[in-house]
Design a protein around this ligand. Structure first.
Ligand SMILES: Cc1ncc(COP(=O)(O)O)c(C=O)c1O
Length: 458
């Protein structure tokens, strides 16, 4: 491949070609918020562009690069596999690599979850789980949590609760209903009809702005599901593999779901991967006899590259104690962020578990700031969050994201391997952005006006 040539093309040409043949709407958004670079390389928590400018990646490809980018050990394992000219996807065999990865995931997963079905994405794991729940229980209804996110394919979208994802795509899967998150009475009310196949939820809601439930919520939800014969599906697609400071967020509550979904960070960011992990008795109700041994299947599910990357990632995470590091770095970053945010009246809350952190902003009391806040919120939902994400990238070279749709929550998901250099770089920049944000008139309110003039709707 002519990689050197491809990556040397001017950004305008690359973005023009992308706009012509891929997604011109997205290309426009990226251009307008000034993120339109061509990134040529990455290592650990850093990426760099054609001009050699370095950027600190506090987005991690949406929580994919928990071990950092281009880890030499995963790269070596994949290169070794490629050099073998091995036999992947024979389909009429039982792959040794899938067998091993299944065994490793079963050992890591809570309690009796010992059986894996491999997929290619987070959404696909949600699809599989919904099918499994219906077939295993013989019931149709699926409950999901308000503000929950499980992906955008039809089944996953049917249990994803946000108007902006759903509008125009209805009708979705029938017999699905949203219930408030962190509300046991609402859950029991719906479960008690005894027609619910499963309740699906994230343990910590990511897309919704890092929402952590009360301590008794998930253990009680599990007890209620058992009481009424429904399955509990826990979506660890974002929270899994150390993100919240434990292997899985379930571990914070000693929770044993009936079905657990993982994806994203499992392959170290190299290869699409997903796994549905469940108990043998549930699996047996779905794949009920030899005639149904592939009643659900996915051509690329057990592909060797994904299995190799998954095995190498788990080995690395264990050897380098990445989960423990994430727990330590997470509590330090949370504490230092809270100190940095102290005294800034628009910071409502800094919350998180491990390195899944949300900074929520709220309406200020002082009048000049309040006028700016109101104007920006009236003009475009979601614009306020960009007033933090844009200067962080433009002025400090730090890549982050705004949570969800129209939320005033800024979300941080750095690789779990960040050290003092990355933390200090981030905090210095954040203090400056918070200070600028609290100045009216000031550079960030001018930025908001410019964005509004360009009539961007985020
Ligand atoms: C909790 C959760 N579930 C499901 C998904 C969907 O995963 P994918 O985009 O790989 O389909 C995501 C993606 O962000 C997620 O965060």
């Amino acid at each position: 491949m002519r990689f050197d040539e491809i990556y040397a093309e001017p950004a305008e040409k690359v973005y023009g070609r992308y706009a012509s043949h891929v997604n011109h709407r997205f290309a426009k958004v990226v251009r307008l918020i000034g993120f339109n670079k061509v990134f040529t390389g990455g290592q650990g928590a850093w990426i760099w562009d054609q001009a050699g400018n370095r950027y600190l990646d506090f987005l991690s490809g949406y929580s994919v690069f928990n071990i950092g980018r281009n880890h030499p050990r995963i790269k070596a394992a994949l290169s070794e596999w490629l050099a073998r000219d091995g036999a992947s996807l024979v389909q009429m065999d039982c792959s040794p690599l899938a067998a091993l990865l299944g065994e490793r995931l079963a050992a890591l997963a809570p309690g009796r979850l010992d059986t894996c079905f491999f997929t290619n994405s987070g959404s696909e794991t949600a699809e599989v789980a919904l099918k499994m729940a219906r077939k295993a229980t013989g019931r149709a209804r699926i409950l999901y949590a308000r503000s929950g996110y499980h992906g955008l394919t039809y089944g996953a979208l049917s249990v994803t609760d946000h108007e902006s994802w759903r509008r125009g795509f209805e009708p979705l899967l029938p017999e699905t209903a949203a219930i408030p998150f962190d509300d046991l009475d609402a859950l029991e009310h719906d479960l008690s009809a005894r027609d619910v196949a499963a309740f699906i939820t994230e343990p910590v809601q990511g897309e919704a702005g890092v929402i952590i439930p009360s301590d008794d919520y998930l253990p009680e939800a599990s007890r209620l599901c058992r009481k009424y014969g429904s399955l509990l599906i826990i979506d660890e697609i974002q929270t899994g593999f150390g993100r919240t400071g434990r292997w899985f967020a379930c571990d914070h509550w000693d929770l044993e779901p009936d079905i657990m979904l993982v994806s994203k960070a499992l392959s170290g960011g190299y290869i699409p991967i997903g796994a549905v992990i469940t108990r043998r008795d549930i699996f047996d109700k779905v794949f009920e006899d030899m005639a149904h041994s592939v009643v659900h299947n996915s051509t690329f599910g057990e592909n060797a590259m994904a299995m190799v990357a998954g095995l190498a990632t788990i080995d690395l995470m264990e050897d380098e104690k990445i989960v423990e590091k994430a727990a330590r770095a997470g509590s330090e970053l949370l504490q230092r962020l809270r100190e940095a945010a102290c005294g800034f009246e628009m910071v409502k809350e800094v919350r998180g578990r491990g390195l899944m952190i949300g900074i929520e902003f709220g309406a200020p009391r002082s009048l000049p700031l309040r006028a700016g806040w109101d104007l920006v919120h009236r003009a475009a939902g979601g614009l306020f969050g960009q007033m933090i994400a844009i200067p962080l990238m433009r002025d400090h070279g730090i890549l982050t994201q705004v949570a969800g749709h129209n939320l005033d929550v800024h979300k941080l998901a750095p690789p779990l391997i960040i050290g003092e250099e990355e933390m200090e770089h981030f905090l210095t920049a954040y203090r400056k952005v918070l200070a600028d944000l609290h100045k009216v008139p000031g550079p960030l309110w001018d930025l908001a006006k410019t964005l509004l003039k360009n009539s961007i709707s985020f």
